[in-house]
Design a protein around this ligand. Sequence first.
Ligand code: FE2
Length: 130
Amino acid sequence: MKFGDVLKQADWKAEKHVPVIEAPEAVGSGALFDVTVSIGKGIPHPNTTEHHIRWIQVYFMPRDGKFAFQVGAFEFSAHGESVAGPNQGPVYTEPKATFAMKTSEPGTLMAVAFCNIHGPWESSAEIELA
Ligand code: FE2
């Protein structure tokens, strides 16, 4: 078994675990652009002490490249924990992150999101050069 064998895929509109990648379809070479990754845009994912998204990591694979680059790693740490007990806390982190990046080559953005009880899920988006 390989790690890729346990990475699940689906349409984010129908499956709440799939990371949604919002990025331009085409960017200028070397120009900064924003990327937003999130969970639950189509169908909300629970965000409770017992069941939540722990992290999202984002990679970029240049089209003619040999190796992927990690461009972001985001950890979501507050899920209602409290001295009063699970789900009694006042603070919940939403599994959503926006960052900026640039590339001089077209390629594929790949996001992996990890649910603490449903494991890792992936999605991808193509980035062209304008
Ligand atoms: Fe889940």
